[in-house]
Design a protein around this ligand. Structure first.
Ligand code: DOR
Ligand code: ZN
Length: 347
């Protein structure tokens, strides 16, 4: 069957995005807004976004960073700490500021030092969210240093998420950036209340890529890429049309100097190439007809929001993307993700 030369789908949304703040926000926002109508904004700033007023101010700063002519709606999340305040969560939801709250296990990843040390600490917050119909977004990794880094997602499902779901039967949960077959199967086992986001990079490479020819910091993110069998499971899930799986890029910019060093930051900056890479994956899986469900329909349905009416068109042409983007002031730049295999879609 011949491949199409263009692909038109409803405008997609990014259900997991780090836009940062200050000069980095100024540099990055345009790249997300070019592709996506809405984004679930991650709250792991320094300090983290824990109050309704802070989230409303951050939302204003994001809106101001979107260039004229582009439309983009930031959907804000609350960073849960051990002292998460149930009343603040409910108020922010009622006032239309929070869409969801994010659980970072303490020290699991970038700017998670204020994260949750034990689920017991946030039981009342989770009860309030359950009642308010506010989804819990989960960074699904245990932090126990005894657990191998490649097993941290699977152990989290077993030890933390399964009991959490049991205890909070009405809570809707998104298992963010799934990286394992275990994650796929866990989401599939709870279809009505669980969603799973999948990044373009976890669909594109396995853990070998991080070490190919030397250590490659721009392929390092958390949860870390796993074995090939897990990447294949993610590709099957994303392209299956199953409504629980949807797009979340986890675009996570760090300046090149903070990744290319002795203890580099975790995060892949993929915003300029996200839809092109997803389209490539769906084409390779002979599933271009499923891309719109994954990118533009399943997420809104999970969050109870309308799908976008606008459309975007991708062209079947070799990817055109900058190698780096400049961060204003300070002579810094961010390296843009490029898979090792060719991408035959442009936007
Ligand atoms: O690789 C990652 N980078 N994973 C995360 O969970 C956080 C993110 C970041 O904020 O840089
Ligand atoms: Zn993230």
């Amino acid at each position: 069957m011949s491949q199409p030369t263009t692909l038109s789908i409803r405008r997609p949304d990014d259900w997991h995005v780090h836009l940062r703040d200050g000069p980095m926000l100024a540099a990055c926002a345009v790249h997300t807004a070019r592709q996506f109508a809405r984004g679930i904004i991650m709250p792991n700033l320094v300090p983290p976004v824990t109050k309704v007023a802070e989230a409303a101010d951050y939302r204003d700063r994001i809106r101001r960073a979107i260039p004229a002519g582009l439309t983009f709606e930031p959907l804000m999340t609350c960073y849960l700490t051990d002292s998460a305040d149930a009343a603040e969560l409910v108020r922010g939801k009622r006032e239309g500021v929070w869409v969801a709250a994010k659980l970072y296990p303490a020290h699991a990843t970038t700017n998670s030092a204020h994260g949750v040390t034990s689920i017991d600490q946030i039981a009342s917050a989770l009860e309030a969210m359950e009642t308010a119909g506010m989804p819990l977004l989960v960074h699904g990794e245990v932090t126990d240093p005894e657990v191998d880094i490649f097993d941290r997602e699977a152990v989290f499902l077993d030890k933390v998420l399964a009991p959490l779901l049991q205890r909070h039967q009405g809570l809707k949960v998104v298992l963010e950036h799934i990286t394992t077959r275990d994650g796929v199967q866990f989401v599939e086992a709870h279809p009505d209340r669980l969603g799973g986001t999948i990044t373009p990079h976890h669909l594109s490479y396995n853990r070998n890529a991080i070490f190919k020819g030397g250590i490659r910091p721009h392929f390092y993110c958390l949860p870390i890429a796993k074995r090939e069998e897990h990447r294949l499971a993610l590709r099957r899930a994303a392209t299956s049309g199953h409504p629980a799986f949807f797009l979340g890029t986890d675009t996570a910019p760090h300046t090149a100097d903070t990744k290319e060093c002795a203890c580099g930051c975790a995060g892949v900056f993929n915003a300029p190439v996200a839809m092109q890479v997803y389209a490539q994956v769906f084409m390779e899986e002979s599933a271009l007809d499923k891309l719109e469900a994954f990118a533009s329909l399943n997420g809104p349905r999970f969050y109870g929001l309308p799908a976008n009416e606008e459309r975007i068109t991708l062209r079947a042409q070799p990817l055109e993307a900058p190698e780096r983007i400049e961060v204003p002031g300070g002579n810094k730049n961010v390296v843009v993700f490029q898979p090792d295999t060719p991408v035959g879609w442009s936007f």
